[in-house]
Design a protein around this ligand. Sequence first.
Ligand code: GDG
Length: 732
Amino acid sequence: MVKQKIIIVSNRLPISVSKVNGKLKFTNSAGGLATAVSSLGGNASDHLWIGWPGIASDDLSQKDRRQITTRLHRDGCYPVFLTKKQVKKFYDGYCNATIWPLFHYFQTFTNHNDDFWRSYKEVNVLFKKAVLHYATPQTNIWIHDYHLMLLPSLLRSALPKASIGFFLHIPFPSFELYRLLPNRRSIIEGLLGANLIGFHTYDYVRHFLSSVQRTTGFESERGIITLADRTVTVDAFPIGIDYEKFSDTAKSDAVLRETKLLGEHYKDMQIILSVDRLDYSKGIPSRLEAFELFLKRYPRFHKKVVLVLVAVPSRVTVEAYKNLRADVEQTISHINGMYGTVDWTPISYQFKNIEFEQLVALYQRADVAMVTPLRDGMNLVAKEYIASKQKSTGVLILSELTGAVDELHEAERINPNDSQGIATIIKNALTMPRSKQREKLHSMQQRLQSYSVQEWATDFTDQLKQSTKVQAQLSDKLLSTATTKNIVRAFMSAKRRTLLLDYDGTLADFVSSPLHTKAPPSKALLKVLEKLAKQPRTNVHIISGRTREALDVWFGHLPLSLVAEHGFWVKNNKTWAQEDVAFKKYKKDIISVMEGYAQRTPGAHIEEKDFSIVWHYRNTPPELAYARNASLQHDLRHVLNNDEIQIVNGDKIIEVKPQGTNKGTITNELLVENKSDFVLCIGDDATDEDMFRALPKSAYSIKVGLGETRARNQLPSVNKVLNLLKQLSQAK
Ligand code: GDG
């Protein structure tokens, strides 16, 4: 079997299969995505498209399936067959009755149903199997849209090194909406299997990053999320249209003929055009309301204007869509009945899919396009209208709740809920001077031409390759099996061995409370440490920011050397010795500043140690923490205006402590005392970088987690550290 270089995965294939009079019928849908894919370069055989062909498998015999598969293969497509039950629960259910309404801010239409969710997981697994059938570790995989949000992680576990991209075509809602989803964590984890996640606008990127942080705790910097062993890049790629196709078709004979027919039919009337799938997110009822208001307020336009409303049938089996259709058709009858005359019908309504040339002719002829969704990921109709205006003028009225508005700022922006405002804008649009219309169209056309759907696809796939490459470099430092073996070998042959180990985040995972009663070492860890410390010629040092009391309770019974409070306390021969520094005199001021903040910052609290005061904010909502931390540090600097004290940012803490002593200074002292020919140092945060800096070249150093470090190697998790220590403890 030929393995493909790019696999596109989307719920629907660009070819639909149906059965007419018992015979299979194949229909191409020349959508934007199909054009985008064909522009990706390489041979057609380099691309493979996996998706559902649009017909339930219950209606197909084995022979039908074989025929479909063979026929689709010829066009580079591979079918995933779904049963009627899956179509109902996965597609109509979880996709279109749960995710679609919630992500478009229609909370009350959102149906939370366990059966839907089960089916969603099941179908994502079906897609995974289909992809694995074709993918190699070198394949680039590009997954599309909200139907397949679990697929990136499902594929990642099977193909750890694959290059996986995901693009969401609908909005990603604010966390306040997203948090309502019972499966919010699984969906985020599903998406994080990708190397690159793309959205239409930066607002959706922001919402996504904040939802990632709030549901999983993973933070991001400049759009890069750092997981334990990988990074994920998140960015905005506003989808374009096939500009040439629209501008060329607009000039074609077929369209000119259609436009002429429209001209004859509507004579001197101005046309306002409305084209969408019949979907509640598109705001059709409020558009009609505004149009009615316009007719009421400006009778001089009666018989001079017609609203051509094309509503394309969509998801007709879903309850909310049935109700919407009834509602829209009732309102149209009402307006036509109220304002129409024998020779004039204000709204010309078509509930069907019209031919492409007819659509472009309508774009070409329409004086105004009303694109007023209540929410829309991007909205291509707005862009297509502008591209089709090659020989004519026109005005675009565009909702500010579409993704497209970011690029089309010359459009007449409206709030789709403001019918009064829209009525005025309709009047202004119908009377706008042609020179002004031309000027606005020109700027928008230039922009759309320069970032067409072809550029969009190339941009996304280039970025995917780039981010996969950068991520591969990042994981270059991850400790390999070979280096692990080297470390064990060096440990075994050394005359004297020194191990310098941090505790939180290195030997134990972070817990939500810093209290030592809440973060005790596991039995497994204690066992490994004991065994390790009892190895001959071996000194094991725990170098922590924790207090003496905590370290004593946890490790006092083991033959380990302990360093508390980042080096201010050192335990040798069963007694603690302290660094000679003056800190006491500052404590009162520091605590008083911090207490003021703690009282009005939910989740934050203060910890007092002998040589530091710590502000903990792990349980504070991140946005609030960000704001409070900035002003807390400002106030602290103001109060402690001297060189003896430093303010250090740690992992979800701000620590105020004396200058001079740190984990690096103590490391220097320990290395002199121990005189070892094997040194291994493991840590995870900024304070541990001081240790890494103090090590001789020959030492082994490991940072837990990704991110910049001076350490020679990295390990992704505490568990992996324990594995390594276990190997050393068993070395003979
Ligand atoms: C989703 C997101 C995002 C419409 N009627 C006819 C017809 N169309 C074509 C248009 C346009 C497409 O359908 C509709 O695209 P939109 O972007 O407006 O909306 P969705 O279908 O909701 O698309 C959306 C998009 O994905 C891409 O990422 O922009 O936000 O919801 O291309 O031309 N085509 C023909 N006859 C019709 O009657 N031939």
